[in-house]
Every structure is written in structure tokens, then in C-alpha cells.
Write a protein that binds this ligand. Structure first.
Ligand code: SAH
Length: 477
């Protein structure tokens, strides 16, 4: 049967793609169908076709998969922020583990790595401590706020995203009320007119502290005291500010921040480590799962108190500070200077004086420190962005020859590539564990422990009678 654009057809969903689309096959031709779930039989409409595969729109579920559930969010399909809302939480976890497993096998060539069970959430809803809502007007001219519809800048009026905290909705209502009462207009992208662009809301899950930052297309927020008065009615309201962003840009926050109420930050904890979070700070959005993920990284680091540890791609130092509680010395490296300012601030705040931070590229700072200052490492932890570690960085790690490497990854394809390279150069993957930080989306985090293979240990024994101080890091082990 020849299927043409806009034709409807029936297909069984046999698999899921990495981005969470259902995959079905008809006469050897592959269909990707968003919102379809493995195990469904669906009716779909052909939308876009290439030579050997095409994209179709889910029209109707004929026979639902065992894994299918009714999406809890009424705008799940329009919003597109959650790709797996039609999948039960349990089956999402399986999907994620499978994705990592397959990448390690396909790209890395790993077949028998011990996989520990994925760390799922006890409560998969309302896990995000941060949300950013755009403001605009609907067709009737009323002020609306919500989410951009997938790949567009049309606002879907939905103030109660189920991934965010319950306070968001009421805070947004207060902001709209303030706007109406004080004739403050929402921003319009097409004309670059109007004032209120976005609201950024954050909550400290352990402290209950709330932060609101309104992003405006102007220098001043008129009658700001009225907004403060409304927002201060919320339990836990700690910081209110506005950010000036008059550029025609998709970047949400501007550079200039004006404080309206409170100290300019909120405080929260991950484990026992305290963090000061300003509107501009990076902070993990799912602190509960972050604690599990980084707790596992700490466990894998196997620290006894005497170790020198490097934390590469350290961000605001979340992992560094975790490690510093158990290590002799921790060095963190991060490319974004502001993140390092926060990292240093957070180290001070927690009285951790055995951490030192470097601003720069991991692939430059590490070799430089190694060559110039003969630094060494007992353990190296990496938590790189999606593109994974730079080759130069991996090479230096290999040369420094730490006993253990702990790799935290948000992209299992680059993880597989990097693990393969480390394993070709004297390391062995001991265990892998996934962690779900972003339920209902396709994202998955993985933590992996690598150990230096035995030949190297043998090497240490031979060389130990030489004065240790004269040895470079690699020679010391
Ligand atoms: N563990 C960190 C988050 C790591 S996310 C935390 O909890 O804060 C990855 C980080 O790598 C980001 O902060 C990003 O700015 C940084 N980064 C990206 N490329 C880099 C590079 N070449 N060298 C060092 N850091 C880099």
C-alpha cells in the first residue's frame, strides 16, 4: 500500500525512539509517531516523508499499550515539554534505562557492565523548583501566561504545570492582578512593546523559601510596591526582584537586576550542603534527585578522607562541595566565571576550605595544572554538558592516572563514546546507574564508576622506593 501525505493508516508501535516518539513499521518503511507508546496500535496521519522513514501524527489510539496512561496534563501534547506523558512512570524508567543500555552497547561496545537499578522519583510530579512563564495577550486582549506551544512563541494559557510547585499558579495570578490594577502591559514580541516579559519563580524545597523575579522590557517597574505587597502574602516569600531585558532576544533574563524585597537570594540545601541562589544563579532544578545522583557519585568516588579529587565541569560546585566533605582536597574546573563565583561563595557559606576552583576549559586547565604544578588526582569526577568530554581532557585524565574516574552524564551517547576511549587506555567500567531527574521527559542522567586496571597498580609497587615527591602523578601509581 502506497501511503501519501495526509493519508491515515493503522500501525502497531514496536519501539520508541530516543526522543520519545513511537516507532511503527509498514512494509519495511519506518514511521515516527509522537505521543504513541510502544505496544499501542494507533491510527496515524502521514505528515512528512523521507525515503525510508516518515513522520506521522497520532490521530487515535485503537488498542492502548499496557504502558499507556491518560496524560495528567490537559495540554501535554500542545506544550511538548513532556514527551512521555502518555507512559506510566514505571515504563518511563524502563525506557530510560534501555536508552542508556543500548547506547553503551551500540556506541561503546559494552555488553556486560553491571547496571544497578535506575533511581526513580518517589513522587514524579511537582519536582521542579524553578519555572519561567512568558506573559502575553490572548485573542480577546486578556493577559495570559503559561507555556510556549512546542517550537513556537504562542502562549498556551496553563499556569499550573504539574512539574512545578503549586505556588506557581497563585503567584502568577497575583502578578496578573497587579498588572491589571496598575495598567502594566505584557510584552508583545512582534511590536517589542509592553513591559512584562516573563516571571521566574523558584522555591527552596528544604527551606520553603520563595523567589520571584519579573523580567521587564524597560528600566522601571511602575508601582512595584503594589506587587511586593501582593507577593509578600505568600508563605516563604523571601526574594522579589526584577530583571531588565530590553533586547529583542529569546534569552529570558537580562543582565541588570533590581532588588525589590529581601536579600536578593533564597537558600536551599542539597544533602547537608547549603546554597545561596540568586535569580541569575544556576541551580539544579530537581534537588531531591540531584541529592541521589550526586550522592551516588560521592559513593563511587570511594573517599576515605585523604584523597585529592578533581571535579571537572563543576558548575556551581554542587559535586565539589559534596566531595569536599569527605576528601582531603577538591579542585573544581568550570568555564562560566559566574558559576565559579557562586561555587566559591557556596564553599565559604559551608565552611569548606579544602576546595579550590578554576575558571577555564577543563581541557586546558587540567593539562596546564598537571604540567606546570604537577598536580595529581586520586579520583577525577566529570559532569560534562551533552557533548561529553573533550578528547584532550580525557587524554590528560589518562595521563594523570587516577585510581577511579566517576563519570556523571546527561547524554548516554557521548558517555558511551568517552567510556570506550577510557577503557582503551587502561580503565574498566565497574558499574553504571541511571537516575531520573526529569520525569515525563526523555532525559536521563547516568553515573558510572571506572577503575584503573591492575597493570598500573603493579607499576606503583615497582616505583614506590623512589622518592614520591619527584614523581609525576602518573608515575606515582
Ligand atoms: N555539576 C554541576 C553541573 C554540571 S553541568 C553543578 O551541579 O553545578 C556542565 C557544566 O560544564 C556547565 O556548568 C558548563 O558551563 C560547563 N562546561 C561546559 N564546557 C566546559 C568546558 N570545556 N570546561 C569546563 N566546563 C565546561
Amino acid at each position: 500500500m502506497e501511503i501519501k501525505k495526509n493519508d491515515c493508516f493503522t500501525v502497531s508501535i514496536e519501539d520508541m525512539s530516543e526522543d520519545g516518539s513511537g516507532i511503527g513499521k509498514l512494509d519495511g518503511y519506518i514511521w515516527f509517531i509522537k505521543d504513541a507508546v510502544k505496544g499501542d496500535v494507533v491510527e496515524a496521519k502521514a505528515m512528512k516523508m523521507k525515503k525510508s522513514y516518515g513522520f506521522a501524527r497520532l490521530m487515535r489510539v485503537i488498542t492502548p499499550s499496557q504502558d499507556r496512561i491518560e496524560p495528567a496534563c490537559p495540554v501535554a501534547r500542545q506544550c511538548g515539554g513532556c514527551q512521555l506523558q502518555a507512559m506510566s512512570y514505571e515504563s518511563q524508567l524502563k525506557f530510560k534505562e534501555n536508552k542508556v543500555y543500548n547506547n553503551l552497547r551500540r556506541i561503546g561496545g559494552f555488553t556486560d557492565i553491571p547496571f544497578l537499578p535506575i533511581m526513580g522519583m518517589d513522587e514524579p510530579w511537582r519536582y521542579r523548583n524553578k519555572a519561567q512563564f512568558p506573559f502575553g495577550r490572548n485573542k480577546n486582549g486578556e493577559i495570559v501566561t503559561g507555556f510556549y506551544a512546542g517550537r513556537t512563541h504562542d502562549i498556551i494559557p496553563q499556569e499550573d504545570c504539574l512539574l512545578g510547585v503549586e505556588e506557581n499558579k497563585k503567584i502568577l495570578e497575583s502578578i496578573k492582578e497587579y498588572m491589571i490594577e496598575n495598567h502594566v502591559a505584557p510584552y508583545e514580541e512582534e511590536t517589542h512593546q509592553g513591559l512584562i516579559r516573563h516571571a521566574l519563580i523558584r522555591k527552596g524545597f528544604k527551606t520553603g523559601e520563595l523567589m520571584v523575579c519579573v523580567i521587564i522590557n524597560g528600566k522601571k517597574l511602575p508601582h512595584s510596591e503594589k506587587l511586593v505587597e501582593k507577593l509578600c502574602r505568600f508563605d516563604g516569600m523571601t526574594s522579589i526582584s526584577y530583571s531588565i531585558n530590553t533586547d529583542k532576544t529569546n534569552v529570558i533574563l537580562g543582565k541588570e537586576l533590581v532588588n525589590l524585597y529581601g536579600p536578593g537570594y533564597i537558600t536551599d540545601y542539597i544533602g547537608d550542603v547549603k546554597y545561596r541562589i540568586s535569580p541569575l544563579s544556576f541551580y539544579q532544578v530537581n534537588p531531591v534527585q540531584t541529592e541521589k545522583l550526586y550522592g551516588t557519585a560521592l559513593e563511587y568516588a570511594g573517599l576515605t578522607g585523604g584523597e585529592v579529587v578533581w571535579d571537572l565541569y563543576c558548575g556551581i560546585g554542587t559535586i565539589s562541595l559534596f566531595l569536599a566533605q569527605k576528601a582531603k582536597k577538591v579542585y573544581g574546573v568550570e568555564i562560566v566565571p559566574q558559576a565559579i563565583d557562586d561555587a566559591r561563595e557556596n564553599a565559604k557559606l559551608n565552611g569548606l576550605d579544602n576546595v579550590e576552583f578554576f575558571v577555564g576549559k577543563a581541557e586546558e586547565v587540567l593539562p596546564e595544572q598537571y604540567e606546570k604544578n604537577k598536580v595529581y588526582a586520586d579520583v577525577i569526577v566529570v559532569d560534562p554538558p551533552r557533548k561529553g568530554c573533550d578528547e584532550q581532557c580525557l587524554n590528560t585524565i589518562v595521563t594523570m592516572a587516577p585510581k577511579r574516574v566517576v563519570y556523571v552524564s546527561c547524554d548516554s551517547a557521548t558517555l558511551a563514546r568517552d567510556l570506550k576511549m577510557l577503557c582503551e587506555k587502561g580503565y574498566e567500567v565497574e558499574k553504571v546507574r541511571c537516575c531520573d531527574m526529569f520525569g515525563w521527559t526523555t532525559h536521563v542522567e547516568t553515573v558510572c564508576l571506572l577503575s584503573k586496571l591492575h597493570e598500573a597498580k603493579h607499576h606503583v609497587n615497582v616505583r614506590l622506593d623512589v622518592d614520591e615527591m619527584d614523581l609525576t602523578a602518573a608515575e606515582r601509581r
